[in-house]
Ligand binder design. Structure first.
Ligand SMILES: NC(=O)c1ccc[n+]([C@@H]2O[C@H](COP(=O)([O-])OP(=O)(O)OC[C@H]3O[C@@H](n4cnc5c(N)ncnc54)[C@H](O)[C@@H]3O)[C@@H](O)[C@H]2O)c1
Length: 405
């Protein structure tokens, strides 16, 4: 049956990870019959048991909702449906600094045998511009159906912030991109069933580009802050003071410098722009290089700060790619610890939010007989405990040295 004939529909979500699972849960909660499809059997099993592999209180609450339990099931292969949502990874091919679209291609191929006239296919994965037109459309049309005529395709990129997924998936404005008005309309109707933010309709290529420029904007601005911080250091002035004073200008808002950028989006998406127009992406390219250099610059700062200590024993706190999440993907903190260890430094690495990296006891005991505490990620709980126990931590350290960036 065609999607546009139904109030609620049968939906297959291909890839039930950070992006696909919350979408599947929200659609099931809105009354649709949802099948989550994942090649990872553990994920399939967990969803069918009502267990979450991605931790989150709100996620569990929605998973436990009886409507969701009734409407959501998981399996490892696709089946027929009215709507197919693809939310598989699009990692960076680090050799070429370009998108690896293998999983999008595989996922699209996997639904072809199940496609029927009137179906809607939505790509939520982040992709380089023209992926819907040049990569997905030919695969879909191998079924004998024609996109925009009797089968429909939209790109609706995900903008959720890890750590606040459920507020954002509902309340963020959402980009709906498609090359024809029927696909736009069908996709808008689907998201309307759970999104409270505004649905912003555009074409597919613009939608693909918009997702990338959001993260590129962040990357370039963070690179500017990091570059200013390096200049301030060579001038031996305080970066924070300089940036705060500059930000008193009514039209200036410089971000805070840091140890680099991480996660699934910011260090990756700008490359997808460069791959489609290298000549016009010089600033984007430079920003990428500046942010990627940060872990080695911070490593050097730690080495300089500890140069008078014989065989320094360092306690590094924070492994997530940013404060207040447990997500360690592309984490600059992990890269810094790797660099220090590769040069023979003794580093114990903890993160109170990353399950397998919790403090064995507490931060004060962890610092006992160590030389230096390095705070790599300023999680709220770490800052609170530092404020509360600073003197005890300094007393516990052999060389009282706390480094923050
Ligand atoms: N994580 C985020 O915060 C975030 C935010 C916005 C956009 N994105 C984008 O969303 C996409 C998905 O990212 P994610 O973080 O959810 O990835 P993820 O790794 O958490 O989940 C993807 C899932 O897809 C499954 N999978 C891979 N190939 C498959 C196939 N052929 N059939 C069925 N399942 C398959 C994997 O087993 C995995 O469970 C990426 O393009 C990413 O860039 C992610």
């Amino acid at each position: 049956m065609a999607f546009n004939e139904l109030q609620t529909s049968n939906i297959v979500v291909i890839g039930t990870g950070y992006v696909g699972l919350p979408a599947a849960l929200m659609l099931a909660k809105a009354g649709h019959k949802v099948v989550g499809v994942d090649i990872d059997e553990n994920i399939v099993h967990a969803i069918n048991e009502g267990v979450l592999l991605v931790k989150g209180e709100q996620l569990q609450e929605i998973m436990d909702d009886p409507t969701v339990r009734q409407n959501l099931k998981a399996q490892s292969t696709p089946c027929e449906a009215d709507v197919f949502i693809i939310a598989v990874p699009t990692p960076l091919d680090k050799k070429n600094n370009a998108a690896n679209l293998e999983m999008v291609i595989e996922a699209t191929n996997s639904i072809v045998p199940h496609l029927c006239e009137g179906n809607l296919i939505i790509l939520e994965s982040t992709v380089p511009p023209l992926t819907c037109r040049n990569v997905m459309t030919p695969i879909i049309e191998a079924s004998g159906l024609t996109v925009g005529n009797n089968i429909y395709l939209a790109h609706c990129p995900e903008r959720i912030l890890p750590g606040d997924i459920f507020y954002e998936i509902v309340h963020n404005d959402r980009i709906i991109g498609a090359s024809d008005s029927v696909s736009q309309d069908l996709a808008a109707r689907l998201y309307n069933s759970f999104v409270k933010g505004e649905l912003l309709i555009t074409d597919d290529v613009t939608a693909e580009f918009v997702k990338l420029i959001e993260n590129t904007y962040r990357d370039v601005n963070i690179a500017l802050a990091n570059e200013l911080s390096s200049v301030a250091q060579s001038l031996q002035i305080d970066t924070g003071t300089a940036i705060n004073l500059a930000n008193r200008h009514p039209r200036v808002n410089i971000l805070q410098p840091g140890i680099g950028v991480g996660g699934h989006c910011i260090p990756i998406d700008p490359w997808f722009i460069k791959q489609v127009d290298e000549q016009n992406s010089r600033l984007i390219n430079t920003a990428r290089l500046i942010n990627d250099e940060m872990p080695s610059k911070i490593t050097n700062q730690i080495k300089v700060a500890t140069q008078n200590i014989n065989n320094p024993h360092i306690i590094a706190v924070g492994a997530a790619y940013k404060a207040n999440t447990a997500d360690t993907r592309e984490s600059p903190a992990i890269e810094i610890v790797r660099l220090l260890r590769s040069e023979g430094y003794k580093v114990d690495h903890f993160d109170p939010l990353v399950e397998e990296m919790n403090f064995p006891t507490n931060i004060i005991d962890a610092c006992t007989n160590a030389d230096c505490l390095v705070i790599l990620v300023e999680h709220g709980s770490v800052v609170t405990s530092l404020d509360k126990h600073k003197q005890d931590i300094l007393n516990a350290l052999t060389t009282p040295l706390i480094l923050r960036f």
